[in-house]
Design a protein around this ligand. Structure first.
Ligand SMILES: [Zn+2]
Length: 371
């Protein structure tokens, strides 16, 4: 007897009218016409059935606050931080919980069942931390919420940062965050990276830091976090989020950095066999993406429509198992002279070091093109 049998499902690998059987919380059969009884049967009637989405970067403590107390007119990160600093000491635990619950219910309804949430710890009363831990535990049967202790005002810059981080971790946060480029000097940023990674290592926690989240090509905290991966042998337990400065690095430094990242243990190098699955045109497209070309530029270069270019890019990324819109945007923005802020509340913020879909970065060297 199965616990659940989903019949007539279409799968993302192209198979159609497939049955999916589950027992004790695990998928035990994926094939046409599964035989057997089930406690619950769902007829998918040919609809797409896929694993739940993973949303790797949220700030639920700041959700649903647009325009409160006023809008971010400049659209800059720093105005956003300033507005948030006015708000966070006025919100109650219940307010944090109510807004987080609303967003998480929408996420569940739309199939996002694994969310990593950065949570500001720079409030002496740690109200957001308390609220989100309670909501995480309350909704645990429905959604996997992973909480990162995020020192929004700087781990070293905030006079209470070190103390509050320790208290937040003692309360039960899942991972250690950081914002090294917000420390007062670059050396203090490096020091924050070192201390935070050591703290996480000692406690057996994950690390997910906001890294180089400026337009400054001199912001190079990413090399510090890469060094900590090696020094502490933490490998894929460390993520570097955002990294938009990478878009503005000169080629010499970018090549050196990319080679350094590619050598990291468990850094998710692309499987070379995956390259063989690409058609000649898709290899061409991937090489252009890796060199920073936008879809429009690729279309111009290959003399196809932008829609066709987009299709080629999407297919290649699926074959490479690449969520590489992140990498593509970073490199693309270096090329067209603009720097775009990643949207902090979407997958754009996924870690460069951790994700096994970071294949496009090493590909920049793997597939040479004429420029
Ligand atoms: Zn963020």
């Amino acid at each position: 007897m199965f616990d659940l049998l989903v019949k007539n499902a279409n799968l993302q690998d192209g198979r159609s009218r497939i049955d999916v059987a589950c027992s004790k919380g695990r998928i035990v059969a994926v094939e046409p016409n599964v035989i057997g009884q089930a406690r619950e049967v769902i007829d998918a009637t040919g609809r797409l059935v896929i694993p739940p989405f993973v949303d790797a970067h949220w700030h639920l403590d700041g959700a649903l606050l647009h325009g409160n107390p006023y809008s971010n007119e400049s659209g800059t990160l720093y105005e956003g931080i300033e507005i948030w600093s006015k708000l966070k000491n006025t919100a109650s635990v219940e307010d944090y919980k109510e807004r987080a619950r609303r967003v998480l219910c929408w996420a569940i309804a739309n199939g996002s069942l694994h969310i990593r949430c950065q949570t500001d710890i720079c409030d002496p009363q740690l109200r957001a931390v308390q609220a989100l831990i309670e909501v995480r535990d309350e909704l645990r049967p429905y959604i996997d919420l992973q909480l990162v202790a995020f020192p929004q005002d700087g781990y070293l810059r905030d006079p209470n940062g070190i103390k509050l981080m320790k208290r937040a971790l003692d309360m039960g946060m899942d991972a250690v965050g950081g914002i090294p480029d917000y420390e007062l000097t670059a050396p203090l940023g490096y020091e924050a990276v070192r201390q935070l990674c050591e703290l996480a290592d000692k406690r057996g926690l994950l690390v997910d830091m906001h890294i180089d989240q400026t337009t400054d090509p001199q912001s190079r905290q990413i090399e510090a976090i890469a060094q900590e991966c090696i020094r502490l042998k933490m490998g894929a337990r460390i993520s570097a989020s955002h990294c938009p400065s990478m878009a503005n690095y000169d080629d010499y430094y970018a090549d050196k950095l990319i080679a350094q990242l590619a050598r990291l243990p468990q850094s998710g190098l692309p499987n070379p066999d995956l390259l063989d699955q690409l058609t000649a045109r898709e290899r061409e497209v991937v090489a252009l993406v890796a060199h920073g070309f936008t879809n429009e530029q690729i279309a111009g270069r290959l003399v196809v429509s932008p829609a066709t270019a987009k299709t080629h890019v999407s297919r290649a990324m699926v074959k490479l198992r690449a969520l590489s819109l992140l990498s593509r945007d970073h490199f693309a923005s270096a090329n067209d002279g603009e720097t775009r802020w990643p949207n902090s509340n979407c997958l754009d913020g996924i870690g460069c070091l951790q994700h096994d879909q970071v294949g496009v970065i090493p590909l920049r060297n793997a597939i040479p093109i004429e420029t």
